[in-house]
Design a binder for this molecule. Structure first.
Ligand code: PLP
Length: 432
């Protein structure tokens, strides 16, 4: 059969494809250290499980925008956690934040600007919609943050007419790098966006996975009239398979809301009824959920920063992680030695690590980086989340003070991956 123009250039999501590949390698009995897929591993909070069971009898279609009690709960949650005011009328519930982003990008006119590196799916959504996609190169030494000058340069080069609307997708804490932005950095980007008619689609799905020394700010604090925020349950509540996401839109944007709901109504109709009712429980702020979210984030912090420290001892540059569960080491300084063993692209680097050291990762090129830029994304979640959380709760100070002991007890595969990377780094050094 002939494949349509818009589907021709779309590949299976690199992250999901990697997960499926690793599952099949493991089924064949081979050992693999899985740093290729980022799924938060903690158990479902017992109150959410109970709410889902209690509501399993619900079987009717619901409104596309989502049920009012859930939108009210989300509204209160955003007020309490981020001091942001979004009344229920400005909130849309969808089957994950990914389809909501797609609906928002469908509804919003304008070419799409993405910092590189950025999450795998944005660029494909843009291509799917036949939109111009412009990557804005960022610098490893600035932790791959979007810099104001680079944003201005990209706008002037590609869409200088300030009457012409543009869309900038931002994500922080960031997948793939783990970096975030402080208030001052966001103000600078907000000012440029306002001056240049840029709408910001702010992917804040990792907002509550920020580490203890980092406070989460949303660009919506500084640019409320031009920001859409996506979020959901997939990361901080480990509920990726529940498929529940949220989209917050600015006030007085009725045509935009209508367009987004039209897309939703034609594609997913509504989020499943039991999940929406369980979602009310998942957004409560007075039942221990907030503490559970914080504890899970701290376990991510201990494991991710442990891997970061190990990587730094390998003499590899890597942004200091401030949230989420990813690292983005940059091997460019070792380019000469890598070339000697046949590695000149990030894809070759990732393949070499998988074939020779059994470490699965994703090449930076999947995140919009030039193919020859030797960076990789490592996910730090290949462990039993229940064991890790229980062990952390039993003795928090020990986990925080002795991360190596904690990681070796609860995340042996993560420790093993670090040891394998050490061997690889030693091999490269011997080529230098
Ligand atoms: C940056 C980023 N945004 C969005 C998503 C998708 O989240 P959801 O499960 O809400 O569709 C992911 C999932 O991997 C992600 O890493």
């Amino acid at each position: 059969m002939d494949i349509s123009f818009s589907a021709k250039n779309i590949a299976h999501s690199a992250t999901l494809a990697m997960n499926e590949l690793i599952a099949s390698i493991r089924e064949s009995g081979e050992k693999v250290y899985h740093m290729g897929f980022g799924e938060s591993p903690f158990p479902v909070h017992h109150l959410i499980r109970k709410a889902l069971c209690d509501n399993s009898w619900r079987h009717s279609y619901l409104a596309t925008q989502g049920i009012l009690p859930l939108r009210e709960q989300v509204s209160m949650f955003y007020k309490k956690m981020f001091n942001l005011d979004y009344p229920p009328e400005q909130i849309v519930i969808g089957p994950g934040s990914k389809p909501l982003m797609f609906a928002a990008l469908t509804a919003l006119d304008g070419s799409i600007f993405l910092p590189a590196p950025s999450w795998v799916s944005y660029q494909h959504m843009g291509h799917f919609l036949s939109r111009e996609v412009h990557h804005i190169i960022t610098r490893s030494k600035n932790s791959y943050r979007l810099e104001p000058d680079a944003l201005v340069g990209a706008i002037q080069e590609n869409a200088p007419d300030s009457k012409q609307q543009k869309v900038l997708v931002m994500n922080y804490p960031c997948n793939p790098t783990g970096h975030s932005y402080d208030g001052h950095q966001l103000v600078e980007i907000a000012d440029i966006a306002r001056e240049n008619n840029v709408i910001v689609l702010s992917d804040e799905i990792y907002a509550l996975t920020h580490f203890r020394d980092q406070e989460h700010h949303s660009i919506a604090e500084f640019y409320p009239e031009g920001t859409l925020i996506t979020g959901g349950l997939s990361k901080d509540r480990s509920l990726g398979g529940y498929r529940l996401g949220t989209l917050l839109i600015p006030p007085d944007e009725t045509p935009l809301l209508r367009a987004i709901l039209a897309v939703g109504s034609e594609i997913w109709s509504c989020v499943s009824a039991p999940i929406q009712y369980a979602g009310i429980e998942a957004y409560r702020i007075d039942t221990g959920l907030v503490e559970y979210i914080r504890d899970c984030a701290t376990v991510h912090e201990v494991v991710t920063r442990y891997v970061y420290q190990r990587i730094r001892t390998m003499d590899v540059t890597c942004p200091y992680p401030q949230g989420a569960f990813y690292l983005f080491p940059d091997w460019n300084d070792r380019r000469m030695a890598l070339k000697k063993i046949g590695i000149t692209t990030s894809k070759e680097l990732a393949n070499y690590l998988l074939e020779n050291y059994h470490v699965a990762s994703l090449p930076g090129s999947e995140f919009g980086m030039p193919p020859e830029d030797l960076c990789l994304r490592l996910a730090t979640v290949d462990y039993d989340g229940e064991l890790a959380l229980d062990t952390y709760l039993e003795d928090m100070s020990s986990a925080l003070e002795h991360p190596e002991t904690f990681v070796s007890a609860v995340a042996p595969s993560v420790l093993g991956a670090c040891d394998q990377l050490d061997l690889f780094a030693a091999h490269i050094s011997s080529e230098e």
